[in-house]
Write a protein that binds this ligand. Structure first.
Ligand code: ADP
Length: 466
């Protein structure tokens, strides 16, 4: 089988969040299962593009409405990623120093059209196209409806929903940007009076997956307007839990952390990483360290962080450290919290620092209101850091509470009171030294690598093979 993943992000080429980690890892785990899996991604103006060599393998132009844009397909040379990477270079639209912005409609349409135009030229077509989120959501529609792509019609398509909050809506007056199709079927593009690429993909893809089983169930109740569509299409929908890449996230070999460690050396290894973090961020290394890493948005509960942290710091002798960026108001609030050697933050994005956070923290906070899968809790477990989570979506599927014979702290719902109570519970747990240290060793051995989930995807692909 030849699978092409088409995505806006792929680690380490371009990463905004978990989507990149998934697309950067899944192909390798699928290769282990003898499925030839490769990736198509936009060519961005970033460090990766500048530091790597590419070979032009195709060149043409696309028509977007009445305008023409030149594009090239660039193949990454000497790919150390384990799979082939094809970058779609549309200089005027995609080659930017950002992944997402306000001009995404035209940019990602150009990406999708250029990709399909290139696929038309293949002698041997891929066995299956795997699209990810709304940025590539019009591909299943165009493959099944646009006259131009008639020859791609019989290639099965899979859509994975990594986050249903974002749907890529745009008004119908931009419909002419999409290559001509039988206009009687324009309804396939529509949801609630707008063109909705995620809805179009749910309607047109052969199968739809979400990144955890619980998230799939939750979406049928609340999917930012798409719940009735998901209920209607439920027969072709399945939740497959994301995994993590053990080649990248391995505390025994991780070159980005201060001291590597295994389950048997975790206590001293974690201590060395914590010491470095506490020194860098002016915190007391003797107190339990609670961290947050992620996007500062409502989905992650970030609007409550300032109040939660202030309350938790008043009630417990702990330290809190945050790494993230996002909502500007939240960022400002977080900078104002009285630090007094027990709180600090790094507002920004720093991949290396994130690894040290996972390695050096005692607890990771994830009071998410929406969490399709969540990777942070799985990275935390791998690095011996106990997760504190709101039990929803993928968090519910991966973390079991210590009081239920499990290994994490779960709370039911997100409020200042509920999260600070969970922090206090965690602080009590930390004082039970023997039990707490046993837990570190236990969680490091839990296998949330892609080994299992990659197999589930392959089973799904096989079920679509003609
Ligand atoms: P989402 O995709 O919703 O942002 P996930 O938990 O699925 O959340 O994935 C988040 C990924 O992004 C993790 O790899 C996490 O370590 C990383 N990440 C998020 N924010 C930052 C940041 N500020 N600096 C470094 N890494 C970050």
């Amino acid at each position: 089988m030849n699978i092409l993943h088409i995505s806006a992000e792929c680690f380490p080429i371009a990463k905004v969040g978990g989507l990149a980690d998934v697309v950067g890892a899944l192909p390798n785990y699928q290769k282990k299962l003898r499925v030839n899996s490769n990736v198509v991604i936009p060519y961005y103006n970033n460090d990766f593009s500048k530091k790597n060599d590419f070979k032009e393998i195709y060149k043409s132009d696309i028509k977007l409405g009445t305008d023409y844009f030149d594009f090239r397909i660039l193949k990454l040379l000497n790919s150390k990623l384990g799979f082939d990477v094809f970058c779609v270079d549309v200089p005027k639209l995609l080659y930017k120093d950002y992944v997402y912005s306000t001009d995404d409609t035209e940019r990602f349409l150009a990406f999708q059209i250029a990709t399909l135009d290139w696929l038309l030229t293949f002698d041997e077509k891929p066995t299956l196209i795997h699209t990810h989120d709304h940025h590539t959501g019009l591909i299943p529609f165009m493959m099944s409806q646009s006259h131009k792509y008639e020859s791609l019609k019989n290639i099965p398509t899979v859509l994975t929903i990594h986050n249903a909050q974002y749907q890529g809506w745009f008004p119908h007056d931009k419909v002419s940007l999409i290559p001509p199709f039988n206009f009687r079927n324009v309804g396939l593009l529509d949801w609630g009076g707008n063109i909705n690429p995620l809805a179009a993909a749910i309607k047109c893809a052969w199968r739809v997956t979400t990144v955890s089983p619980s998230y799939m169930e939750e979406l049928k109740q609340n999917a930012n307007g798409l719940e009735s569509l998901l209920l209607h299409e439920r027969a072709k929908c399945i939740g497959i839990l994301n995994g993590i890449d053990w080649n990248v996230w391995n505390p025994e070999t991780d070159k980005t952390i201060i001291k590597t460690f295994s389950a048997s050396t975790a206590i001293s290894g974690k201590k060395a990483n914590k010491k470095w973090l506490c020194k860098k961020f002016n915190l007391d290394e003797n107190k339990p360290l609670f961290c947050f890493i992620g996007r500062l948005v409502g989905e992650k509960g970030a609007d409550l962080f300032s109040s939660i942290f202030t309350k938790a710091l008043k009630e417990n002798d702990i330290s809190i450290l945050l790494l993230g960026s996002g909502n500007k108001e939240t960022e400002a609030q977080l900078k104002e919290i009285d630090n007094n050697k027990s709180y600090n933050s790094f507002i920004g994005y720093d991949e290396k620092l994130a690894h040290i956070f996972y390695a050096g923290s005692d607890f990771i906070l994830m009071p998410s209101r929406v969490e399709p899968c969540g990777l942070n809790q799985m990275y935390a477990l791998r690095y011996g850091t106990t997760p504190i989570v709101n039990a929803i979506g993928g968090l519910k599927d991966t973390v079991i509470d210590i009081d239920d014979n499990g290994y994490g702290i779960c709370h039911d719902g997100v409020s200042i009171q509920k999260v600070s109570n969970a922090i206090s519970r965690a602080n009590n747990f930390y004082t039970e030294k023997v039990r707490y240290e046993q837990n570190i060793k236990k969680i490091m051995k839990i296998d949330y690598s892609w080994n299992n989930s990659a197999q589930e995807y392959v089973k799904l692909y096989q079920s679509l093979k003609k």
